[in-house]
Design a protein around this ligand. Sequence first.
Ligand code: ARG
Length: 467
Amino acid sequence: MKKISPVSRSGRFAHGPGADVARFTESVSFDRRLWRHDILGSLVHAAMLRKIGVLSPAEAGAIVRGLKTIAREIEAGKFKWKTELEDVHMNLEAELTRRVPAGAKLHTARSRNDQVALDLRLWLRDEIILLLGEIADLQRALVTLGEKNADVLIPGYTHLQRAQPVYLAHHLLAYVEMLERDCERLWDCYSRVNVCPLGSGAIAGSTLPLDRALVAKLLGFVNANGQAQLTQNSMDAVSDRDFAVEFCAAGALLAVHLSRLAEDLILWTSAEFDFIKIADAYTTGSSLMPQKKNPDIAELARGKSGRVIGNLVALLTLLKGLPMTYNRDLQEDKERLFDTADTVRATVRLTAAMLRNTKINRASCAAAAGDPALLATDLADYLVRKGMPFRQAHHAVGAVVALAEILDKPLNRLTLAELQSVDKKFGRDALGVFDLKRAMAKRNLIGAPGTSEVAKQLARWRKLLQA
Ligand code: ARG
């Protein structure tokens, strides 16, 4: 049986690669998902070769038809991918050339080195847009949950100890802010992904008069003013993967944000907090303990951040010792990049769905937020209003807290006499600070969890996120 040998070996090599070598070196098992972008790049490259006279109109037409037929077959699951042909690029080229003789001209002035850089950039552009859409959807889910429970207060925590009361919406909007910065980072990354490397050849461009700007424009590699965005150094263009690193870095930070949100949700579902209930469809049972309902989706959202961080580290490590320019090591970039994109997109989507199916336990939240100790700082502020230096007020309220502990009473049940035993500045109105509603109405600095400020922020986000 005649072994299939890739075109890249045809002239210089007597045989195709051995089976184990083919298995070790192939990438078609995972880079075939680039096929749409590879074909798109080839269609545009063919159009350009026609324009500069390398392809006749008839040849270009035959190539276009051939590529479109192949695309339909791949779509229908009928295309036979061959491991011996290494990667998606050679599989498609070999099949095209088998059907259309002019296919042999398609690789003119193009190398897999600039081709793979192009495909990755085209693929990543689409991926970023899809991810941005999913993030906006998650932001909407957070805002909706906040709006539906606009009056719910919970303790805010530092060091995981109760600190000061906040609206639940304020807590949720903190994640909306983080996610917004993730979107900004992804857009920023997009502007550097959106640069066309085609025409860089293997390393040193081509002696043929390619029209790089035409290719870039046809593929949408343009800035806001419609100007073609072209890589400016052929060596950089074929060896650089920092656009992929940037995406994986933005993805890692996004994954970390999702992980923190997941951790909050996990805590909140516990009997100890009991702030929320996640719908059955988004929880799982235990194989042993019949009573269990576990927040597995949130746990996986938290756990998957590990692999996304790992992907970033893997990519950086892959690049750090590479001599210029293209080295086959770079083939290892794809699975890390794909995995980050797939993982963060799925995590964002599932987190949004889970939040849409989460109910707030208002009674438990109210009980926790009703802890008067959360307003100890307000009591210190009361003394400050009476002219006491804050350090002194902090000390006095500390003594009040200690006294309440000794008397085994909640802070707001101390008598005026008891308060005054600590400091004479406490007046009749001192206990008024423990009115939670009033306390929340007072916190109206920009960014604070005050009643009107949180309402304003919810309205601002609702408007910004209108689909
Ligand atoms: N499959 C290769 C990759 O993903 C394509 C480029 C191969 N280029 C080469 N000169 N062997 O990096």
